[in-house]
Design a protein around this ligand. Structure first.
Ligand SMILES: [Cu+2]
Length: 301
């Protein structure tokens, strides 16, 4: 049995390194197992960190499993004249070594990721107004709810969460090549705002206002998803994210603004149609919430 188990143990590091190499160099069938192409500068640094930690873990796993496999191979009792095991309680030198090496690795990682962490999570981008540097105001307030995304664009006042906000569901359009700040809030439970291509992920906690930011260097259509299990419809909680150049964005936003103009609102036909649309979507939401509650109650019983 000794040979069988040692070969099985040897297979683990071999497969671990093979999958890592295949995913990183895009070799079939694991060509899609790697992270999607990064749209943001910050994403490149995050990828370096991710790949570095991944490689380090693969090496440590390989080292551990290889030494186990080697011990199984070498000390196979049927191939040893004296198969009696030696008993010892501890080895101080070994314990010092395997405490100090991981401690060094962890301290190294802590310092290595510090800059990226503070840029992406602590220091909100700033802009200069009248010679003073102020945080970039949020362009959109994102309201996560079971099971969809509301986007409230700042209206003419340039401030989100005010009367003239422009309201859109499940479709976010944003300009590329500039610092974008999002204000994130939840209507109900904990959700998480995740855009893999931007390497952007932020939990959204009810009762808290959080900010997330990114700077995309590329235009394109990508997807926003909720990555916090939030109920039965978690899997459908997605939205489209369209990254476009500034002029396309301005045009698009102007189009969205029209239903909010006084002329548009005072047109009775338009008002009735809009009202019907919102009542319908409210009713749909209520039905889906009710379905979710029924499901939850049934599963408790
Ligand atoms: Cu969710």
């Amino acid at each position: 049995m000794g040979r069988f188990w040692s070969i099985l143990f040897f297979l683990v590091p071999i497969l671990a390194i093979a999958t890592l190499v295949m995913a990183n160099f895009g070799i079939a069938p694991l060509e899609t197992a790697r992270l999607p192409r990064s749209f943001s500068m910050a994403g490149d640094t995050i990828d370096q960190l991710f790949n570095g930690i991944h490689l380090l873990s693969a090496l440590i796993l390989s080292g551990t499993v290889l030494s186990l496999g080697w011990a199984l191979w070498k000390f196979d009792h049927r191939r040893n004249d004296n198969p009696k095991a030696r008993y010892f309680t501890h080895n101080t030198r070994l314990e010092i070594v395997w405490t100090i090496i991981p401690a060094f690795i962890l301290v190294f990682l802590a310092f290595f990721q510090m800059k990226s962490w503070s840029e992406n999570k602590m220091d909100r981008p700033t802009l200069t107004v009248n010679g003073q540097s102020v945080p970039v105001p949020p362009i959109v307030m994102v309201k996560a709810k079971r099971f969809g995304w509301e986007f409230h664009y700042a209206g003419d006042d340039g401030i989100v969460d005010t009367q003239d906000d422009i309201y859109i569901e499940n479709q976010l359009v944003l300009p590329v090549g500039e610092d974008i700040v999002l204000q994130l809030e939840s209507r109900d439970v904990i959700h998480s705002f995740y855009v893999p291509e931007l390497r952007l992920k932020q939990d959204i906690v009810p009762g808290m206002t959080q900010f997330a930011w990114f700077h995309s260097r590329e235009a394109g259509d990508i997807e926003i998803m909720c990555t916090e299990l939030c109920g039965w419809g978690h899997y459908i909680m997605k939205a489209d994210l369209k990254l476009v150049d500034r002029s396309t964005y301005d045009l698009w936003l102007a189009e969205q603004k029209s239903p909010y103009t006084p002329e548009f609102k005072s047109n009775p036909e338009v008002a009735a149609a809009e009202n019907a649309r919102y009542t319908e979507s409210d009713a749909r939401l209520e039905r889906s919430a009710q379905a979710g509650n029924d499901l939850a109650e049934n599963s408790i019983e």
